[in-house]
Design a binder for this molecule. Structure first.
Ligand code: NAD
Ligand code: UDP
Length: 346
């Protein structure tokens, strides 16, 4: 059963898009999440009417508190695994719905898999009915524990099919398959982004991913928990850069014939990240080691040549700048301004 959090022109029309209408109505599945809320904000700024659909599994209502004041914004509480509410008509659909942090996506692995597969099917069918352009938030986890480094889009990856990460990795791989089969079968205009580790404002303090964990631990004066040796690497992209990449990919005149890597090619070990966070927070926290999770990828760095050459996109915000903004955000959320603190309490 879906619940509309704020009603706006829902259920009007017959679910068909007027072909003469300006392309300005967007659906963001997962719109209450970290990246989804940034995307909704950007689309509203660019003049769209936006409907977010979210089951609030990891997303938060307060991520939408400012957006809900905008008459062009609506949010529907609904799980995309279930049939979508009738009467929805859109020009563009963005599928960001899926828990992205390992502890969250592993908490209910079967539902995570269903979200990627059944949820994508529901949204693809909606796109087909509306003749809408549809975007899929895929992931660098497609490459698993990569042997090729850095990872170009042409690399097929090295993924375990039956480990604790597989619900996410294989779910996202299946979703890519569905997107390209819908494109080949029905001529649907699809855009598939393979997103590498992204961080920034509106991550949850209990998200469980490394950047938010380290910053929150450092600000609270707790030990920073490095899993394993900390010599494994990741490439960290700031959210604002990534959202610009989404827009470039969605608005490119021709749909790329394959998924497109979006991420920051700067590569850091997890120990380097921990040391930077301790420095930027002026924390006295110590760095401690905890067991490495099963199938944790040893290295990851995007080859973004395609996005650079074809979308004119590359990240502008380096890790030092992005971490500084994110530390300020969490500092305000945990200890600071009343507006954000109120959100933290809800
Ligand atoms: P997030 O957990 O903050 O956001 C996911 C959102 O989807 C949440 O609001 C959640 O409540 C919602 N959701 C989950 N399952 C749903 C369902 N069945 N029906 C409706 N809503 C559902 O994560 P995020 O970092 O914002 O990631 C957004 C998307 O980008 C995800 O699809 C993720 O796989 C992808 N991605 C993110 C990163 C990253 O580093 N942030 C990297 C690779 C891919
Ligand atoms: N990690 C860590 N401490 C934490 C959380 C994560 O050392 O508190 C490590 C994790 O083992 C992985 C890297 O940081 O090697 C990135 O983890 P995250 O969960 O952010 O993303 P993913 O593994 O999906 O890339």
């Amino acid at each position: 059963m879906s619940k509309v959090i704020k009603v706006l022109k829902l259920g009007s029309g017959n679910g068909q898009r007027d072909p003469h209408q300006k392309p300005n109505r967007a659906l963001v599945a997962g719109g209450a999440g970290f990246l989804g809320s940034h995307l909704c904000e950007r689309l509203l700024r660019d003049g769209y009417e936006v409907v977010a659909i979210d089951n609030f599994h990891t997303g938060k209502r307060y991520n939408l508190s400012v957006l809900l004041r905008d008459p062009r914004f609506t949010c529907i509480e609904h799980d995309i695994v279930d049939p979508l509410p009738a009467g929805l008509a859109f020009d563009e659909i963005y599928n960001l719905a899926c828990p992205a942090s390992p502890p969250h996506y592993q908490a209910d692995p079967i539902h995570t898999f269903k979200t990627s597969v059944l949820g994508s099917l529901n949204l693809l069918e909606l796109a087909r009915r509306n003749n809408a352009k549809i975007f899929q938030a895929s992931t660098s986890e497609i490459y698993g524990d990569p042997i090729v480094h850095p990872q170009p889009e042409s690399y097929f990856g090295n993924v375990n099919t039956h480990g604790p990460r597989s619900c996410y990795d294989e779910g996202k791989r299946s979703a890519e398959t569905l997107f390209f089969d819908y494109s080949r079968t029905y001529g649907l205009d699809i855009r598939v982004a393979r997103i590498f580790n992204t961080y920034g404002r509106r991550m949850q303090p209990d998200d469980g991913r490394v950047v938010s964990n380290f910053i929150v631990q450092a600000l609270r004066g707790k030990d920073l928990t490095v899993y394993g040796s900390g010599l494994q690497t990741r490439s960290f992209c700031y959210a604002d850069d990534l959202i610009e990449g989404f827009m470039r990919l969605m608005n490119a005149p021709h749909a790329p014939a394959h998924p497109v890597n979006l991420g920051n090619p700067g590569e850091f070990t997890i120990m380097e990240l921990a040391t930077l966070v301790v420095a930027y927070t002026n924390s006295r926290s110590k760095i401690v080691h905890r067991p490495l999770p099963i199938d944790d990828p040893k290295q990851r760095k995007p080859d973004i040549s395609f996005a650079r050459n074809n979308l004119g996109w590359e990240p502008k915000i380096c890790l030092a700048q992005g971490l500084a903004h994110t530390v300020d955000y969490f500092d305000a959320l945990l200890y600071g301004s009343r507006m954000i603190k109120g959100a933290a309490a809800s």
